[in-house]
Ligand binder design. Structure first.
Ligand code: F6R
Length: 243
């Protein structure tokens, strides 16, 4: 695991954008794994800028998101599809038919949907670079603590901590989903490179457990210690508990 500490969150985003741009410019058919949440927003802004200045084009890029809520459809403003459209896809030349999120609509078989998502990733050639954030409880994707390190795409129930952490994004009268379809930890570990971004003091404990703790299902991000090409980009606040 390679840990790089920057002065601030903007430098984390700029560095992540460089990794993504390098991949996109190097590979004929890049396959990107994407994350939602507050952390990667500035990465997506940096990528949109690079597109506008013609440093990169997304026309041959295929993307797979880590996760999607259950119980709301893709037109809902809280859906991760909506998040990806408004933060990235609507502003670049990506072919949206090559952008995927793991979904399971009412009546669909979760196991079949999970297997189909894994199969689509395989058929695309596997994920070249997976972008990750980290939950304050050490989750990656929605692989909450106690998730099997061998897990694959499936439905997870969100922990109370994650629901509380994310409640800032929902208004009082808005439905906040408690279930999500998420890539598993083993799915994430299959990516050729993983790039985890963490910023802010509230991530410092999870970052410490991920980097210096035991590899354990209690801190799902610690599984990245087993990945040959895991890069962790931190600002000073997120790195503040590392010795
Ligand atoms: C999002 C995701 C989550 C977030 C994590 C951190 O697709 O999979 O694991 O990366 O919850 O979220 P933020 O960046 O909002 O602190």
């Amino acid at each position: 695991m390679q840990v790089i500490i920057f002065d601030d969150a903007q430098q984390v985003a700029d560095s992540a954008a460089k990794w993504v741009a390098e991949l996109i410019n190097k590979k004929a058919k890049p396959v990107l794994g994407l994350a939602t949440g507050s952390t990667p927003i500035s990465l997506y802004q940096a990528l949109v800028k690079k597109y506008q200045t013609e440093e990169i084009s997304f026309k041959d890029t295929c993307t797979f998101n880590l996760d999607e809520y259950l119980g709301i459809d893709e037109n809902n403003v809280q859906s991760y599809r909506h998040f990806m459209n408004t933060n990235l896809f609507d502003h670049v030349d990506i072919d949206k038919s090559k952008t995927f999120l793991p979904t399971c609509a009412q009546g669909e078989n979760p196991r079949a949907q999970g297997l189909a998502y894994e199969q689509m990733i395989k058929e695309a050639g596997g994920i070249d670079l997976q972008i990750l954030g980290i939950g304050a409880n050490g989750h990656i994707g929605f692989n909450e603590p106690t998730s099997s390190l061998a897990s694959r795409t499936r439905i997870k129930t969100l922990t109370q901590q994650t629901l509380t952490d994310n409640s800032r994004l929902f208004s009082a009268d808005e439905f906040q989903p408690t279930l999500a379809m998420t890539m598993g930890i083993a799915t994430i570990l299959d990516a050729r490179y993983v790039l985890l971004m963490a910023t802010g003091e509230n991530k410092a404990k999870a970052v410490k457990d991920m980097v210096t703790g035991a590899v354990s299902a209690m801190c799902p991000a610690s599984a990245l210690q087993m990945h040959e090409n895991a890069i962790v980009l931190l600002d000073k606040a997120a790195a503040s508990q590392l010795e």
